[in-house]
Design a binder for this molecule. Structure first.
Ligand code: NAD
Length: 512
């Protein structure tokens, strides 16, 4: 629904689809490269807009605008900065449904899910409203005789954010509220599949009174990303996307001397122990496996059934999955389409491969009849049983509504399975045994863990991030780690000597 964008979508007079813009220095900047990509409505398959792909020169322009805005923004008082954050928060709160509609129109997720995404992003804005407290340094009086020490944290300068298609609003909001509140200026490169949410938020920032150039959006693909990665004026990169690209971003960005946090893909396991409440576990497996059509980095994709729970659990998941309604996200179904035709074909291909490699197909979503008009990109909920760890449905991140059940005999085998997996984003254990849950959270090599919670996304005041191939760099998103990422520490040692204390002493300073 790009129609809600006021200035960043121009409707051509020839009846074609609107052409989107970039957002540079507080205003829309029409694309100048001549290269445009299609933006589609995944529920209908229709092309709804064209998005300009920035040239290297356009990235330079956006970075220059952010660089020019930095000194004044850094020197703007903390209370003035946070007042703008509060205003952004209020505006977002009042118009969350509008942003949710923009997300659904390009991503396909159901409206309630899109609203949930906006709410989780808004939590980070609320966290960042507390920046005056978060930026407080520490002070020590009389660290040595007559010597005081204090620490401050200062913004980096221009920071780059590169986001994936699956959370067009929330993932950028993991970073930019904190970056901006801490005094940085931002260039955001959203996914070319879902560009409108970023432009919508740029317009909201303008309404909130953010000075021109503090928040910029460049649309595009690898050219735009590489422009940010190699620009000497971009001090840090916050990336979220697939593992191969995350690895590339980390290697290239750090080689260029930047601070980089690069969050990658995932393969999240849900362990169900024999003492678990199977109805609860089945509910949560379905919610976490098929919510947002499985296009969440915290989606559950492998259910690890321990001991004799497997038959009962599979049966319970089957009945629930078969009852789900798939359709256009604006018509209140349980599940929407996948983001593109290519994603639909890739996911169906994995189901075929699973079948070929010996998994049993319990629920087949390839022949779903969605409640939608046109030629949308649908795959219905799919449940595979007897999945082996050598099958591609297990080894690869499918990023679709496919739940694989892996059967193991013991708790130890379940933990070994998770720890042998190259990803380590999220995992969950379902049990009534507190001791087992406690052991699990201690032993498992994963960044975010749920105990009877299938999608354990941390609150804004904790930090979000996985281990192993799910995160390159050592700083997680938002929370205090986010504040640290977007600031640099400085320690000041001060003495106000009495004139009587003059004199030469070339020894290394010691405390006295
Ligand atoms: P993607 O890696 O294809 O794209 C992410 C961003 O990188 C986009 O802005 C894209 O334009 C850009 N990009 C793509 N290819 C590039 C290249 N070769 N060089 C430079 N830039 C490139 O990811 P996606 O398909 O948009 O998103 C889905 C992936 O993101 C999944 O793997 C999912 O697990 C992951 N993800 C991870 C998290 C997390 O927190 N770990 C959160 C959300 C999504």
């Amino acid at each position: 629904m790009t129609s809600t964008l006021q200035d960043t979508a121009t409707t051509p007079t020839d009846g074609g689809v609107p052409e989107l813009t970039h957002w540079i220095a507080g205003r829309p900047a029409p694309g100048g490269s001549g290269i445009l990509g299609d933006v589609t409505d995944p529920a209908t398959g229709a092309v709804t807009a064209r998005v300009p792909f920035a040239s290297a020169g356009e990235v330079v322009d956006a970075v220059a605008a952010a660089k020019a805005a930095f000194p004044a923004w850094r020197d703007t008082s903390l209370s003035a900065r946070t007042r703008i954050l509060f205003r952004f928060r209020e505006l977002l709160d009042g118009r969350a449904d509008e942003l949710a509609a923009v997300i659904t129109a390009e991503h396909g997720k159901v409206l309630s899910d899109a609203a949930g995404e906006v709410a989780r992003g808004q939590e980070v804005v609320e966290f960042a409203c507390g920046m005056p407290h978060l930026l407080k340094g520490s002070a020590t009086e009389n660290a040595s005789t007559g010597v005081d020490v204090h620490s401050v944290r200062q913004p980096l300068g221009v920071v780059g954010i590169i986001s994936p298609f699956n959370f067009p609003a929330m993932v950028p909001m993991w970073f930019f509220p904190i970056a901006i509140a801490a005094g940085n200026t931002v260039v955001l490169k959203p996914s070319e599949k879902v560009p409108s949410a970023a432009l919508w938020m740029a317009e909201l920032w303008r309404e909130a009174g953010l000075p021109d150039g503090v928040f910029n959006v460049v649309n595009g693909d690898k050219v735009a990303v590489d422009g940010l990665l190699t620009s000497p004026d971009v001090k840090s990169i916050s990336f979220v996307g697939s593992t191969p690209v995350a690895r590339y971003i980390h290697e290239t960005g750090t080689a260029a001397g930047k601070r980089v946090q690069a969050l990658g893909g995932a393969k999240n396991h849900m362990v169900v122990l024999p003492d678990a409440d199977l109805d609860l576990a089945a509910d949560q497996a379905v919610n976490a496996g098929f919510g947002s059509a499985g296009e969440r980095c915290m989606a559950i994709s492998a259910v690890v059934a321990v001991g004799d729970v497997a038959d009962g659990l599979v049966e319970r998941i089957r009945t629930r999955a078969e009852g789900l309604r798939t359709g256009d996200g604006r018509r209140d179904p349980d599940m929407g389409p996948l983001v593109t035709r290519a994603a639909q074909e890739r996911v169906s291909g994995y189901v075929e491969a699973g079948e070929r490699e010996g998994a049993s197909i319990v629920v087949d979503g390839r022949d779903v009849a969605p409640d939608a008009d046109g030629q949308g990109f649908f795959v219905g909920p799919t449940l595979l049983d007897h999945v082996g760890t050598d099958m591609s449905v297990y080894t690869d991140e499918i990023f679709g509504p496919v739940l694989s059940v892996v059967r193991v005999d013991t708790y130890e085998q379940a933990v070994d399975l998770i720890n042998a997996n190259p990803y380590g984003n999220g995992t969950a254990i379902f049990t009534r045994d507190g001791g087992a849950a406690r052991r699990f959270q201690n032993e498992v090599e994963v960044g975010m863990i749920g105990v009877n919670v299938p999608v354990p996304v941390p609150m804004a005041y904790y930090s979000f991030g996985g281990w192993k191939n799910s995160l390159f760099g050592d700083t997680h998103a938002h929370g205090t780690e986010g504040v640290h990422f977007f600031t640099r520490g400085k320690v000041v040692t001060t003495r106000w000597p009495d004139p009587s204390e003059r004199g030469l002493d070339l020894g290394f300073p010691r405390n006295g």
